[in-house]
Design a protein around this ligand. Structure first.
Ligand code: DGL
Length: 259
C-alpha cells in the first residue's frame, strides 16, 4: 500500500499549488496528477457537471492504482466530495476539512473566503466552518476572473493587481483574522493579496493539507524510483508553461481522454 501513488486532480494548473506542498513534505511519494483542462473552468459549471467531471478524474486515478486521492480543487471539493466519498472505496480528501480544522485550532473568528463562483454559490466553506466552530463570522467573496488569469500565467502583472484590488474591496472595513484561498489557483497571487491585506493570515490550503498529512502518517524512507505523472485532458492550453512557473522546472505532460 505504502508504495502506491497518491492521486490528485484539479481543473488545470491550480492543483499544482497543492502538489508542490505535498511533494515538498513527502518527496519520496509518487504523485499522479490530472489537470482537467478540457472542462476548465470548473467554477462556472453546474454541480451535476462538476460531479461528472470529478468522477471521471477519480476513476482514471483509481485505474492507475492510487492509494488515496486528494481533490486539489476547491470547486470540486465543494460540489462533489460528498458524492465521491460514498461512491468509491479509495480514501478521498478535499481542501475544506483540513482547513476548517486548522481555523478551529487557531481560534479564528473572523474569516474571509475567496473562491470561484461555484464554490461561493455552494456556501460550502460557511456551512463547514459553522458546523465545527461556534460564533464564527464568514465573509464570502467570489473571484471568477482569477483562475482563468492564472491559467494564462497572468499572476504578477498590473491586470492581476487591479483585479485583486477590486475583489478585495469588500474586506476593507472588516477586521479579518484570516483569508482562506478557497480556490487552489489563488496561492499563485499570494504576494499581491498580502500587499492588500498585510495583517491577515493568508491561508494556502495546500500547505494545510501537507501539514495535516505530515502529522498523520509515516514518511516513506526509501527514494522513489518512479517519476510523478502529469496528465491533462486537453492539450490546447498553457499548462506546461505555467506549471514551469509554479514548480520551477520542466515537467513531462501527457494528454489523456477521460470522456
Ligand atoms: N482550482 C479550482 C478551485 O480550487 C478551480 C478553478 C476553476 O476551474 O474554475 O476551485
Amino acid at each position: 500500500m505504502g508504495n502506491r501513488p497518491i492521486g490528485m486532480f484539479d481543473s488545470g494548473v491550480g492543483g499544482l499549488t497543492v502538489y508542490k506542498e505535498v511533494k515538498k513534505t513527502f518527496p519520496n511519494e509518487q504523485i499522479i496528477y490530472i489537470g482537467d483542462t478540457k472542462r476548465f473552468p470548473y467554477g462556472s459549471k453546474t454541480k451535476e457537471n462538476i460531479i461528472k467531471a470529478s468522477k471521471r478524474c477519480v476513476e482514471f486515478l483509481i485505474s492507475k492504482n492510487v492509494k488515496e486521492i486528494i481533490i486539489a480543487c476547491g470547486t470540486a471539493t465543494s460540489r462533489a466530495i460528498d458524492t465521491l466519498k460514498v461512491t468509491y472505496d479509495t480514501p478521498i480528501t478535499g481542501i475544506i476539512e483540513p482547513t476548517v480544522e486548522y481555523i478551529k485550532r487557531m481560534n479564528y473568528k473572523n474569516v474571509g473566503v475567496i473562491a470561484t463562483r461555484g464554490t461561493i454559490e455552494s456556501n460550502s466553506w460557511k456551512i463547514n466552518l459553522d458546523s465545527k466552530i461556534s460564533n464564527i463570522n464568514v465573509y464570502n467573496q467570489e473571484c471568477p476572473l482569477l483562475a482563468p488569469m492564472a491559467e494564462e500565467g497572468w499572476i504578477k502583472n498590473e491586470v492581476a493587481k487591479l483585479t485583486i484590488k477590486e475583489y478585495l474591496k469588500n474586506f476593507e472595513n472588516i477586521k479579518l483574522d484570516a483569508l482562506i484561498l478557497g480556490c487552489t489557483h489563488y496561492p499563485l497571487f499570494e504576494d499581491i493579496i498580502k500587499e492588500y491585506l498585510p495583517n491577515v493570515e493568508i491561508i494556502n490550503t495546500g500547505k494545510v493539507i501537507a501539514k495535516q498529512m505530515e502529522q498523520s502518517r509515516e514518511k516513506i524512507k526509501e527514494n522513489i524510483t518512479k517519476d510523478d505523472k502529469f496528465f491533462i485532458t486537453d492539450t490546447q492550453c498553457n499548462f506546461e508553461a505555467v506549471a514551469k512557473k509554479i514548480l520551477g522546472k520542466d515537467i513531462k505532460i501527457e494528454g489523456i481522454d477521460v470522456g
